[in-house]
Ligand binder design. Structure first.
Ligand SMILES: Cc1cc2nc3c(=O)[nH]c(=O)nc-3n(C[C@H](O)[C@H](O)[C@H](O)COP(=O)(O)OP(=O)(O)OC[C@H]3O[C@@H](n4cnc5c(N)ncnc54)[C@H](O)[C@@H]3O)c2cc1C
Length: 404
């Protein structure tokens, strides 16, 4: 990998080349089409097909399994650019990225060989499922359970909620309870790699017992589907326990928490992307729109808004890249990932709202892009742990690191 050309740019040559390529893709393919797919709540199939051709489903998957073998930092830069275009596009690869991370870190060699090459091309896509109708933040309250029913398979029963890519995925990394008596509770969960048929609501044959109800109707984050998953006597071979039965049984909680750490960097990058786009729209509109005989950008109150937005964008980006670089360097970054996720998702919300205000009445019209951003941004405050949960993570880690 080439060294950074300038300490101010803070990107290697490779990172610069790939982010420029993705930015161009966002400008030419995502931004001109996002309003259409958003308004119709349609899955952006043509954009996703092009993402496959660009290799974007295999960014972090090692070259030996057919991916690009790039690090989390480069991935975060790519996610920022995609999210600048439309956060639903980054949603299509987000859970897939988490699934590939889980496989790379905890999977057996056989599991890696079986899934990673097809995941790298986007031929199969992955979903990630913790939440249930009665829980999201409190993961240890999971009720969906698995029991060994014969020598080789576990039967999974229960209902999952809010599964992004729930319908079109072929693999679901699903956390279920396997030891109801475990103390502490987190020692009783296992991550299964549940296979299913992509795009099918009622699975049959080897995947019978896994059904996908109608997609959930949402405020924003359209295009990419969020669904429930109903496990009703679904049989999952023991060999599909992440890491294998011997090493993976009842180890799912810590595996998933590890994955959430990189997931938080990923959501932080999405916050940076949407905040950046809101700033760009505000910069343009404020120089076009005139009130009291001059462009509104010449009113100090508007300049202050632009200044606050730009400061938030830069700070969010720096926090995000720091967390990603620490993880790439093999350092613990749970606190930093929590800070980045908290700050960048709130920066996304802040910048989008300020940009909407700058757009005045037009910001409330579906004719203007900022209206979509205003509906999309709140998701980032919720997914991968709410802001309250991030504060809990950061506070707890701070006290651990500074124990007296
Ligand atoms: C569009 C979308 C896509 C999603 N995709 C996925 C996915 O792919 N996979 C998946 O597993 N999940 C997914 N989720 C679920 C998401 O992770 C949860 O919604 C989130 O973790 C919050 O859980 P909850 O909705 O159950 O809220 P709750 O946990 O019920 O929280 C409700 C409120 O209480 C607050 N709260 C909770 N506990 C505390 C506490 N101890 N102290 C202070 N405040 C607290 C929360 O911050 C929140 O404000 C998705 C959600 C959405 C909206």
């Amino acid at each position: 990998m080439a060294a950074a050309a300038s300490p101010y740019i803070e990107k290697t040559d490779e990172q610069r080349a790939i982010t420029e390529m993705v930015r161009q893709f966002a400008d030419e393919q995502i931004l001109p089409n996002a309003e259409h797919f958003d308004h119709e709540d349609l899955f952006p199939e043509p954009i996703v097909e092009q993402m496959k051709e660009l290799g974007l489903f295999g960014v972090t998957i090692p070259e030996e399994y057919g991916g690009m073998g790039l690090d989390l930092t480069t991935y975060a830069m790519i996610v920022e650019e995609l999210s600048r275009g439309w956060i639903s596009i980054s949603g299509v690869i987000n859970t897939h990225f988490i699934g590939s991370y889980l496989l790379m870190k905890f999977g057996t060699e056989e599991q890696k060989q079986r899934y990673l090459p097809r995941m790298a091309t986007g031929e199969i896509r992955a979903a990630f499922s913790l939440s249930e109708p009665e829980l999201g933040s409190d993961v240890q309250a999971i009720k969906t359970s698995a029991k060994k029913v014969d020598g080789e398979a576990y039967e999974i029963n229960g209902q999952k909620m809010w599964v992004t890519n729930g319908l079109r995925s072929s693999l679901v990394f699903v956390l279920v309870k396997t030891d109801p008596d475990a103390q502490p509770r987190h020692r009783g969960f296992t991550c299964f790699i549940a296979e299913k048929e992509a795009g099918v609501s009622e699975n049959t044959g080897p995947y019978a017992g896994l059904n996908v109800p109608e997609k959930i109707k949402k405020l924003g984050y359209k295009g990419v589907e969020s669904t429930e998953l109903v496990f009703d006597g679904y049989r999952c071979p023991a060999q599909n326990i992440l890491g294998g039965e011997q090493a993976g049984l009842n180890k799912g909680f810590s595996q998933m928490m590890d994955a959430l750490e990189v997931g938080r960097v990923n959501v932080a990058a999405r916050g940076v992307g949407i905040a950046q786009r809101a700033l760009e729209l505000a910069l343009r509109y404020s120089q076009e729109r005139k009130t009291f005989g001059k462009p509104i950008a010449e009113h100090q109150a508007i300049q202050f808004k632009l200044a606050d937005m730009a400061t938030q964008v830069d700070a969010a980006r720096l926090l995000t890249l720091r967390a990603a670089r620490m993880k790439d360097a093999g350092e613990r970054s749970d606190l930093e990932a929590g800070m980045a996720k908290l700050f960048a998702s709130e920066a996304g919300r802040f910048c989008v709202e300020e940009s909407l205000r700058i757009h005045g009445g037009y910001g409330y019209s579906k004719e203007y892009e900022i209206e979509r951003l205003y509906r999309d941004a709140p998701l980032l405050l919720i997914g991968e742990g709410t802001s309250e949960i991030q504060r809990m993570v950061v506070g707890r880690k701070l006290l651990q690191r500074h124990k007296i």
